[in-house]
Write a protein that binds this ligand. Structure first.
Ligand code: PEP
Ligand code: MG
Length: 561
């Protein structure tokens, strides 16, 4: 695990969604330039229209043939993806839309762009898996435009030494041809857990992180380390440290890949190992991990681009996808945690001097109960439609009264209520909160931010927001004890649960479930299976007694490693 680089003030750390575990280190390479998206709206005369039509058809056929050829050379998912893209380059709807424009006088390049835009808009409206195919379609457009213009095919350069590939998003034709001995890490600023970048990176075993903020500003040639378990991209790390972390990660990966659950310590103390997801696609991807359910469904992430509140029916359909992916398993749905770093246009105020301490999470319901009611109605409808019994929790609860009001609204709809413990006030009074709800889930990301008075987004303060901070662990301990006394489960769904060593500490503190990004699930489960519950308790005691996060980490490593 790479926790040791996270607190080093001289490293710049960018964060994203980890999708393929492992660590890669090397110089950054970037894909070759894509052709300018054509904006030339000139109408060509009748005589030229036939030529333009011919140029377009030939280019599309050439691109399709090239992709088919690569599909034949590739294997497994990579081959399937390339074949699907070759078919897309000959899709009748897309070809027809472009040909229609050309026959009205639009140039072949501009018609390729306009037809792509038409189909992409349709895919985006359909959402889910279809929306993720838009990247593939735009890749076809770029290849066809390059072919029409007679310029080099856009794509990834072949590196001469093990390198890290940074890109906006990668097209299948780029990823499928990657040589995993030369491209040892991947990071993209766009993409989701089931985008083709993720699917093929997983198949090739290349550590991969998607949706990394700030990646676009990093020039080719910078040295970088990509940690596909934590989601960290570290720029200019110490080379010796990075090499050690790469070796550790390889050994770790070999060890954990056989773990398939269920979660338990070596002596059989059971712990639910669950996945954090953000939509149906993410849940389907998590289903192929060893996760035994969903411990945190971050519903607000489904609506970040919405101007208006989604209808109850629309919400029910979206939530239903996640429930369906984990039919018969535990799924914990979190109500909208809008605000601060995740503002929703339909829920938040534009101007707040300090949004992390402002109207976010459940506090939105204090201003407008209707948003919460409609969301709970959507969750209840999804539960009914799928025959599931989801657990439902509220974020940013600070008082027992807030928990009581939320629980009443959830129970009214036949659902099981719980709350997140992210505010120190809630941790301190967990026993009162537990009088009203059936379970607690500790969000260590925010609990660390609010306990340590340190912005979780600040890389300068990363040592303070480290969930190994003994003060944070003391609040986790207090909350877990309150849960045990009440006979109610207390889970952790913050990033602390993705750190295998810290996960053992959490179990020793009395935590009953751990929920992490699906890429981290096997790492956590495998580590837990090697230690006894007594050792976890001993490690937890040592961490609580430490006088800093790094001392806690070192003390626990000495006991558990
Ligand atoms: C947390 O705060 O730990 C948590 C899980 O919620 P989020 O990261 O979505 O704020
Ligand atoms: Mg939180």
């Amino acid at each position: 695990m790479t926790g040791s680089l996270r607190s080093d003030a001289q490293d710049t750390v960018l964060r994203g969604t980890p999708v393929v575990p492992g660590v890669g280190f090397g110089p950054v390479i970037r894909p070759g330039r894509r052709p300018e998206v054509p904006t030339d709206t000139t109408v060509v005369d009748d005589a030229a229209r036939g030529e333009e039509l011919e140029r377009f058809r030939t280019a599309a056929a050439t691109v399709a043939a090239r992709l088919r050829g690569r599909a034949e050379l590739a294997t497994g998912a990579a081959s399937e993806v390339l074949s699907a893209n070759a078919a897309m380059a000959q899709d009748r709807g897309w070809l027809g839309a472009a040909e229609k424009l050309i026959s009205k006088g639009t140039r072949a390049t501009a018609a390729t762009e306009a037809a792509t835009q038409q189909i992409a808009t349709m895919f985006e409206k359909l959402g889910g898996l279809m929306a993720e195919r838009v990247t593939d379609l735009r890749d076809i457009r770029d290849r066809v435009v390059a072919e029409i213009l007679g310029v080099d095919e856009p794509g990834v350069p072949v590196p001469t030494e093990p390198s890290i590939l940074f890109a906006d998003d990668l097209a299948p034709a780029d990823t499928a041809g990657l040589d995993a001995t030369l491209v040892v890490g991947l990071a993209t600023s766009l993409g989701g857990p089931t985008s083709h970048t993720a699917i093929i990176a997983r198949q090739l075993g290349i550590p991969c992180i998607v949706a990394v903020a700030g990646l676009d500003d990093v020039p080719a040639g910078t040295t970088a380390m990509v940690d596909g378990t934590t989601g960290d991209v570290v720029l200019d790390p110490n080379a010796d440290d990075a090499a050690r972390l790469v070796a550790d990660a390889k050994a770790e990966l070999a060890r954990v890949s056989g773990w398939s659950g269920p979660g338990a310590t070596a002596d059989g103390h059971p712990v639910d190992i669950l996945a954090n997801v953000q939509d149906g696609a993410g849940a389907r991807a998590a289903r192929s991990s060893a996760a035994d359910g969903v411990g945190l469904f971050r519903t607000e992430l489904c609506f970040l681009d919405r101007e208006a509140e989604p209808t109850v029916d629309e919400q029910a359909a979206i939530y239903g996808e996640v429930l369906e992916a984990f039919a018969g398993h535990k799924v914990v749905v979190r109500t909208l945690d809008a605000g601060s770093d995740k503002p929703l246009r339909f829920a938040n105020h534009a101007d707040e001097a300090n949004p992390a301490l402002g109207v976010r999470g459940i506090r939105i319901a204090e201003q407008d109960r209707g948003i919460l009611y409609r969301q709970l109605d959507g969750i209840a409808a999804a539960a009914k439609a799928t025959g599931s019994n989801p657990w439902v929790m509220a974020p940013m609860i600070a008082t027992a009264a807030e928990a009581a009001a939320f629980a009443a609204d959830v129970r009214e709809r036949g659902l099981k209520p719980g709350v997140m413990i992210e505010v120190p006030a809630a941790a301190l009074l967990a026993e009162h909160i537990l009088e009203h709800v059936d379970f607690l889930s500790i969000g260590t990301n925010d609990l660390a931010q609010y306990t340590m008075a340190a912005d979780r987004m600040s890389s300068q303060l990363a040592a303070l927001t480290d969930p190994w901070q003994p003060a944070v662990l003391a609040l986790v301990s207090h909350t877990a004890k309150a849960g045990a006394a009440a006979g109610k489960p207390v889970g952790v769904c913050g990033e602390a649960a993705a750190d295998p060593l810290l996960a053992c500490v959490l179990v020793g503190l009395g935590i009953t479930s751990l929920s992490a990004a699906s890429a981290a699930v096997a790492h956590v489960g495998a580590k837990l299976s090697t230690v006894t519950f007594d050792k976890c308790v001993e490690a937890a005691d040592a961490a609580l007694r430490a006088d800093s996060a790094s001392a806690a980490r070192a003390a626990v490593a000495a006991i558990l490693n």
